[in-house]
Design a protein around this ligand. Structure first.
Ligand code: GLU
Length: 285
């Protein structure tokens, strides 16, 4: 842990900045508490700063009352963060500017496919999220231009982008230097039809804009880090260090999910469980 507070990739010593970046699509559960406490404690241990960012680009699923609930739960847990809290829905122009740069570099293309089109073309094994088969990457300019009037997403042409960026790597606290393999996720969406941006694009832009030095988040986002590393290279953004923590599991060994209502911090609190007891259980006593 010690060296993490020292020089940043050989540069001058920089204050550690971590963040917790929940999406307000429900109330927080113990898994979120673990993640938030991990990021908070890491900053605290290094005399750094802790930020909270609300990732609410998905206006269909995010609700202001969940944002209020998140703030309430984190304060109840004893966390303190800097203000103002960045809410992604208030910064759409930042993501649009990043997308415009990627368009100018010709590493993104418009995609007109529906979910059903993709599932049919990809013939994915049942239940698996199919990799995008690249249908719209091959469209001719005329077809593209004609269809642009209708709804479309923007996808990263990952082959082209990776070739342009050249070999890349990033640092994972547990596993060391990792060679970036962004192609494993296929041509991911950078701007959704309905949102004009995506998780991958906005998280990468924001971590850089907010000067985050250490991204502390769950192991489930490990594959996403390869994509974020590529986007950083394309957009000329600094690469933070990454700390991917194991995910908490419930009694049956299943990963905790928002739909398991009883696990929410609000529910635990209503049952009279104290923040101290929760921190103790999660190993942050
Ligand atoms: N907003 C994402 C989520 O709630 C987390 C983003 C991140 O930590 O990179 O899953």
């Amino acid at each position: 842990m010690r060296e993490a507070a020292q020089n940043f990739r050989g540069g001058p010593a920089i204050t550690v900045v971590t963040r917790f970046a929940p999406s307000p699509t429900g109330r927080l559960h113990l898994g979120h508490a673990f993640s938030a406490l991990s990021a908070f404690r890491f900053a605290e241990m290094h005399g750094g700063r802790f930020l909270l960012r609300i990732e609410d680009i998905d206006t269909g699923r995010c609700r202001p009352e969940f944002t209020d609930g998140i703030l309430e739960d984190l304060a109840w847990l004893g966390l303190a963060w800097e203000t103002p809290v960045r809410r992604q829905s208030e910064h759409m122009e930042d993501y649009a500017a990043a997308l415009a740069r990627l368009k100018a570099m010709e590493v993104v293309y418009p995609c007109f496919c529906t979910r059903a089109d993709i599932a049919a073309a990809a013939a994915a094994p049942h239940g698996a999220q199919p990799l995008y088969p690249g249908t719209c990457r091959a469209l001719d300019a005329e077809t593209r231009a004609r269809r642009m009037a209708g709804p479309h997403a923007w996808r990263l042409d990952v082959g082209r982008a990776a070739a342009l960026a050249g070999p890349l790597s990033w640092h994972d606290a547990a596993r060391g230097e990792i060679a970036a393999t962004p192609g494993a996720e296929g041509d991911v969406v950078l701007a959704r039809k309905d949102a004009g941006t995506s998780y991958h694009l906005s998280v990468t832009v924001d971590d850089a804009l907010q000067g985050v030095t250490d991204v502390v988040r769950g192991e489930d986002l490990f594959p996403a880090t390869h994509i974020h590393r590529l986007l950083q290279a394309l957009l000329g953004l600094r690469t933070p260090r990454y700390h991917h923590h194991a995910l908490l599991t419930g009694p049956e060994g299943k990963r905790l999910a928002k739909r398991d209502r009883a696990e929410t911090l609000a529910a635990l609190r209503a049952w009279g469980i104290t923040p101290e007891a929760i921190k103790h259980q999660l190993g942050f006593a």
